[in-house]
Each structure stands twice: as structure tokens, then as C-alpha cells.
Design a protein around this ligand. Structure first.
Ligand code: NAI
Length: 284
């Protein structure tokens, strides 16, 4: 979508971090933006602050892990702006503990917000974008953890899912005039480490039983992650990259090259697996 001015976008997880950065960058480019988030107060503040900069934005509260709430939010953008061109599936949570500490409820919550809601977003908004025949774009926020899996396995599983969904959708939606990009950020300075603040009651069992550990490998890992997040890139910079990605129909939107060697090593390992069997005649 070369000319974004006057287009209409729906951004989930827009009250904080990357979502707010994307909403801001789009609004500054003349896009009318409906910000969607589970956190009412933060959402109201974000919308108010953006409105002060003279951009055309509104807010709608929804828990994207509930399909009915996401569908109601879609109704709200149509009621307000009449149509929608851009969907940004960005709402997400950090996920729950490593092997041995993960719980059923933790997996359910992580999958519901990080993956199921993205599928619902596409199902609900895809037909709305197609309807006006002006074209559109879908961006979904995965992560570098959608391309390499090391720690935080429930999180990584959902992010690989978002990459797979986006890669396949890009082929299926191109003939329908809809571009598809997947955003794979490295560390970004946001509130992701405080994701528990948005734990819906129905997943309450995902909450760890006691306070976070203060020593030991898990405490060190959490501290490392928090430090890395604090030193992460600016969410508005990420938002500007997303705007550029939509304008130029980038399949992948990266935010920095820190993990490029790790991803190359993964590809090399996959290639080695092919090399190992290359000269064999498959048995059929
Ligand atoms: P954040 O915590 O600052 O923002 C996430 C937003 O999503 C919050 O406003 C939160 O209220 C909202 N949210 C959470 N659950 C929701 C639900 N059920 N329904 C609606 N809204 C909900 O965190 P951040 O980092 O901005 O996260 C945004 C996306 O970026 C996530 O998908 C995350 O996995 C991804 N990401 C973040 C990275 C980072 O270093 N911060 C790196 C790679 C990916």
C-alpha cells in the first residue's frame, strides 16, 4: 500500500509498547487508527495523548483472546470509520515458564493471546478488508523467537505459529489485493516483562504460586531478560519500520541484526540435515 494517507487501521495491543509505536507511526502518516487493548485505562490515556497531536484516532477495549470481543471491536471500527484497510495483530504476552514450571493454564493463555487471536483477527478482518476492494495489509507481530527457539518455549511455539500463518497467508491473500507482513522484533523497550498484569481471570491458574525467585538460574534468566528489554530499541522506531513495511509490502520486518548469526546457524543446521541424505535413494 504505497499511499497510506486517509487509510484506516486497526491495531491490537495498542495501549503500550510496540502496538502504541505502530499506532503512532501510522497516525503520523495520516492513517486513521482504532487502537484496541485489554487495558482500559492505559488505552484511554494513549488515545488522549495521540489526539493531542491532532491525529485521527479512537480506542476500543477488547480482550483479543475472546472472539466475541474481537468481533465487537471490528464492529466498532466499521461504525466509526466505515471501513478498514490495515490490520495489525500485535497484542501479546511474554508467555509462561520453562519445562518443569509451565502449566496447562499458562500454555492456554499464551496460545489464546499470541496465536489464536491472530487467527481470529485474520478471519474477522480479512473479509472486511476484501469487501471495499481498495486493497489492504495485514501485519502480525511474531518475534525473533518465531525464527529461533531457545528459551520460553510456549512463547516460541506461538511465535513460530504466527510466522507460519503469515508466510502462507501472504501467498493466499496476494491475489485478493491484501499484503501480509510478519514483524519479528529483537529486544524492544516495552512492558512485556510485566505481561501478568493482563492475565484474564479464566486463566488465573497461569499465575506462578509465589513471588518470582530472587536467586538461582530462573532469577538470573528473568533479570537478564528484563535488562535486555530495558536496553531494547524504541517502540516508535519499530512502528516506523512497520509503516515502511506496509508501504513496500515487506514479507519480514526485522528491527535489528543481533540474532542474524543465530538464525544463519539454524539454517546451516537444516542444510546439513539435507546434505546428510542427499546421495541416498529414498525407499518408497
Ligand atoms: P507490552 O506489554 O508493552 O504491550 C502489549 C500490549 O498488549 C499491552 O498494551 C497489553 O495490554 C496488550 N494485551 C495483552 N493481552 C491482551 C489481550 N488479551 N487482549 C488485548 N490486548 C492485550 O509488550 P510489547 O513488547 O509491546 O508486546 C507487543 C508484541 O510484541 C507482543 O506480541 C510481543 O510478543 C511482541 N514482541 C515483543 C518484543 C520485546 O522485546 N518487547 C520482542 C519480540 C516480540
Amino acid at each position: 500500500m504505497k499511499d497510506l494517507r486517509g487509510k484506516i487501521a486497526f491495531v491490537t495491543g495498542a495501549a503500550s509498547g510496540i502496538g502504541l509505536g505502530i499506532a503512532t507511526a501510522l497516525a503520523q502518516a495520516g492513517v486513521k487508527v482504532m487502537l484496541c487493548d485489554i487495558e482500559q485505562e492505559a488505552l484511554a490515556k494513549a488515545v488522549e495523548r495521540l489526539k493531542q497531536t491532532n491525529v485521527d484516532v479512537e480506542g476500543v477495549r477488547a480482550d483479543v483472546s475472546l472472539k466475541d470481543e474481537l468481533a465487537a471491536a471490528a464492529d466498532a471500527i466499521i461504525a466509526r470509520y466505515g471501513k478498514v484497510h490495515i490490520l495489525v495483530n500485535n497484542a501479546g504476552i511474554g508467555g509462561v515458564g520453562p519445562y518443569g514450571l509451565w502449566t496447562e493454564a499458562g500454555w492456554d493463555w499464551t496460545i489464546a493471546v499470541n496465536l489464536r487471536a491472530v487467527v481470529w483477527g485474520v478471519s474477522i478482518f480479512g473479509p472486511l478488508i476484501e469487501k471495499h476492494r481498495e486493497g489492504g495489509h495485514i501485519v502480525s507481530t511474531a518475534s525473533i523467537a518465531g525464527l529461533i527457539s531457545r528459551n520460553s518455549l510456549p512463547y516460541n511455539v506461538t511465535k513460530y505459529g504466527v510466522v507460519a500463518l503469515s508466510e502462507g497467508l501472504r501467498l493466499e491473500l496476494a491475489p485478493r489485493g491484501i499484503g501480509v507482513s510478519v514483524l519479528c522484533p529483537g529486544f524492544v523497550h516495552t512492558r512485556i516483562m510485566d505481561s501478568m498484569r493482563n492475565l484474564p481471570e479464566r486463566f488465573a491458574a497461569a499465575r506462578p504460586p509465589g513471588p518470582p525467585p530472587v536467586e538461582g538460574p530462573l532469577a538470573e534468566r528473568l533479570k537478564w531478560m528484563r535488562d535486555r528489554n530495558d536496553a531494547g530499541v524504541d517502540p516508535l522506531y519499530v512502528g516506523e519500520l512497520v509503516r515502511e513495511g506496509i508501504e513496500n509490502d515487506w514479507p519480514y520486518i526485522m528491527t535489528d541484526a543481533e540474532y542474524e548469526p543465530v538464525i544463519e546457524a539454524r539454517f546451516a543446521s537444516i542444510k546439513e540435515a539435507f546434505d546428510r541424505i542427499r546421495d541416498r535413494t529414498p525407499r518408497r
